[in-house]
Design a protein around this ligand. Structure first.
Ligand code: FES
Length: 571
């Protein structure tokens, strides 16, 4: 028997309730037949905001989705949700990922929606929307906003990954303030999110690999007409998905998550992928743990030669064939029968894909870099794990022993890092504490802390750096991130001190602190958390309930979902 549309619980009602549900909608100029005739109502969840410049073209994108929805016999209703602009939000957009996901979940469930189109772009706007939608579990399709065109500065190509290099050059006295300004003006040339394989592009690839978007969605640049076309097709397809009852949980299987981990390795995706995918898995009810990221990416080489792990930009990636070309190349390592939003399998979706530039997308036989994926480290400095991105690290530092220079807070780091008498050389291990989920709070992207100017001036370009925070997907270096438990949670990381000996051994996946258990116990007995808890509002809720990075840094009470049923009427 055909399932009744959930929107009929609003627009199909008789009497007073039906009048109220329909009449106020009609005042927007909607003819009766749109609401009366049982068309699927498609919610278009829009993260447009001028404070989220990466998503500032989303009103136009929503129009393309609407054309597709109308064409397929549905009725589109666009609605706003909290939009997280990575570059502007203080203290960090990650603090609000879970809040935005609550907004999405409750907005979708509370309204007469049969199927959802998620308009995602800037880093956190993808995981927050997908997490929220998972907890409702309706037919759902993702349309990404697409990356920016490649930036230009003094005749050469640049993009957001260059911010770190330009800043190091400026701090080391090799770039003038005027040139830095000129670079700033050429960095972000068009609509779209960061034009490298940073977090936003990794998230767009993640949803495509999971099967939540139409094939090819991830790489199409924002200004390209193909972006509007895929939005149009997605609008058409979501109407069919409602008719087929193709809900998220039918697509997001354990196999889909394994595919996403392997694809993230092949593209050199962001370390932020780890916390976001863990959180999504926990919302949809799939068992996934930190070690899965290492296990499933171990034999996958880096195929995509894209910044920050390589040379090229997302625009080049699109011209080279985009994600379908990567997935076709590595199909033997994927669950090819995993179903996707278009009703076809991953294997069917990519079998016709072609690669047009082997410099950009290499082959499994001759990969761009045999190192890829996410290395998950264990040891007494991170009892519940930490992560490192081998393809973005310096090979010579992947096995390294050195003395710690500890910064207790980001303010401590900022105050002292430029000191000419800083007790540091290139063998020192920089440690930054209290930038984890609870400690900051919100786990900001400060893990790839800039190097001391006195070493930059000597030509040092990388050092081992360890923190309980995150790193921008556009960042690089031999950077150990997400140390769990974080300093604010009182594990061994909380009591590491300047002068302690630390050993990083990526091949053996270990991170060791050479301090005796007795000494650690003594330090812990004297340890006090640094940050006073916030006493009101969302931040206090967040600090009380946020889980550690190895579990996805979601709020503990948001795990799982509540489905799409609402039993009580509003009148
Ligand atoms: Fe929005 Fe990079 S700042 S994607």
């Amino acid at each position: 028997m055909k399932k009744e549309l959930r929107s009929r619980g609003w627009f199909g009602k008789e009497g007073k309730d039906g009048v109220i549900y329909r009449s106020w909608m009609k005042k927007q100029g909607i003819p009766s037949f749109e609401l009366d005739s049982g068309k699927p109502i498609i919610g278009i969840c829009n993260t447009w905001s001028e404070f989220t410049p990466c998503n500032s073209h989303f009103r136009q994108l929503a129009e393309s989705v609407k054309h597709g929805v109308y064409e397929a016999g549905g009725f589109p209703v666009e609605f706003p949700v909290m939009s997280l602009g990575e570059t502007l939000i203080k203290p960090t957009a990650m603090l609000y990922r879970n809040l935005a996901s609550m907004d999405v979940e409750e907005s979708v469930r509370a309204n007469p929606v049969d199927g959802v189109v998620l308009l995602c772009g800037c880093d956190k706007t993808t995981p927050s929307l997908v997490m929220g939608a998972c907890s409702v579990d309706l037919p759902t399709i993702v349309v990404s906003g697409g990356p920016m065109l490649t930036g230009k500065f003094q005749g050469r190509s640049i993009s957001t990954s260059d911010v770190w290099r330009l800043n190091d050059a400026y701090r080391g006295g090799k770039l003038s303030n005027e040139d830095l300004k000129a670079a700033e003006n050429g960095l972000c040339r068009s609509d779209g999110h960061c034009g490298v394989m940073g977090t936003a592009s990794s998230m767009a690839c993640m949803v495509e690999a999971l099967g939540l978007s139409l094939p090819g969605n991830a790489a199409i640049p924002a200004p390209d007409t193909a972006r509007k076309v895929i939005a149009h097709y997605s609008g058409m397809r979501i109407v069919e998905m409602v008719r087929e009852d193709l809900i998220m949980s039918k697509i997001l299987t354990r196999q889909a998550f394994e595919n996403a981990i392997r694809v993230n390795a092949a593209i050199g995706g962001s370390t932020n992928f780890v916390v976001h995918l863990l959180a999504i898995a926990r919302r949809i009810g799939v068992e996934l743990n930190l070690d899965d990221f290492d296990n499933f990416s171990r034999n996958i080489p880096l195929l995509a030669n894209l910044q920050p792990s390589g040379t090229y930009f997302m625009e080049d990636f699109y011209y080279a064939g985009g994600l379908p070309a990567v997935m076709k190349e590595m199909l033997g390592h994927l669950h090819r029968d995993s179903i996707t939003v278009n009703g076809k399998t991953i294997g069917e979706n990519v079998e016709q894909a072609s690669c047009y530039n082997r410099d950009v997308i290499s082959t499994m036989d001759k990969p761009f870099n045999p190192l890829s994926g996410i290395a998950v480290l264990h040891g007494n400095l991170c009892e519940d794990g930490a992560v490192l991105k081998p393809s973005a690290a310096t090979p010579a530092l992947m096995k390294h022993k050195g003395k710690a220079l500890v910064f207790e807070t980001i303010e401590d780091y900022k105050k002292n890092i430029d000191r000419p008498d800083l007790p540091v050389d290139e063998t020192t291990v920089l440690v930054l504490k209290n930038v984890g989920p609870k400690g900051y709070p919100g786990m900001p992207e400060v893990g790839n802390m800039g190097l001391p100017p006195k070493l930059l001036a000597q030509g040092v370009t990388d050092m081992v750096r360890i923190s309980d925070g995150r790193m921008s997907g556009t960042g690089f270096g031999t950077v150990v991130l997400h140390a769990s438990p974080e300093a604010a949670a009182g594990g061994n990381f909380a009591v590491v001190q300047t002068g302690d000996l630390i050993e990083l051994d990526v091949e053996n996946r270990t991170l060791k602190l050479f301090v005796s258990d007795e000494e650690l116990a003594k330090r812990k007995a004297a340890w006090k958390p640094l940050n006073p808890a916030a006493d009101r509002g969302y931040v206090s809720l967040y600090i009380k309930h946020v889980e550690q990075a190895d579990k996805g840094a979601d709020l503990d009470f948001l795990k799982g979902g509540s489905g799409s049923t609402v039993t009580r009427d509003s009148h």
